[in-house]
Design a binder for this molecule. Sequence first.
Ligand SMILES: [Zn+2]
Length: 172
Amino acid sequence: MAPHPDDEVLGSGGAIVTLLAAGVAVHTVCLTAGEASHGTGDPGAMARLAERRRAGLTSVLRALGRLPDAVHAHLPDTGLDQHEETARAVTAEALTRTGATLCLAPWEGDLHGDHEAAGRAATNTRARAGRSPTKPTRSRTCARSPGTTTPTSPSLSTSGAPALARLCHLPA
Ligand SMILES: [Zn+2]
């Protein structure tokens, strides 16, 4: 689950490649187009940026491996906290449709509001499925950038670094 195009590769690129190599199908949900990353004063520029970032996401998924196109929720960049229920519903639909058993999402304690909202939506998706969230996992890459979460799995994690991501095991 990527709040913006680029979070999938910055946060989960290594995990995606590892999962694909293990024969695991990977699907991507992108909640916004990241259209507000360079300001909100020019709607035309924002629309062009959104198109460019969505195309970039498609290119990244092709480069990572055999990945289907991302599901785009078209929610507003920098406004996910006002659309968490929709983010949760879009994510839940994708998880159900794909039969996913694992969801990589940003940590709710990230310093970016959209990342925090995406993390809460992922956690709420799991809670509504009747499971409590697992404890946040840890990753050595957390100090790289406070605005970039790094979803990880226990097998990929190291100890001693602040928690970055929440690992949600979903019902089979
Ligand atoms: Zn982001």
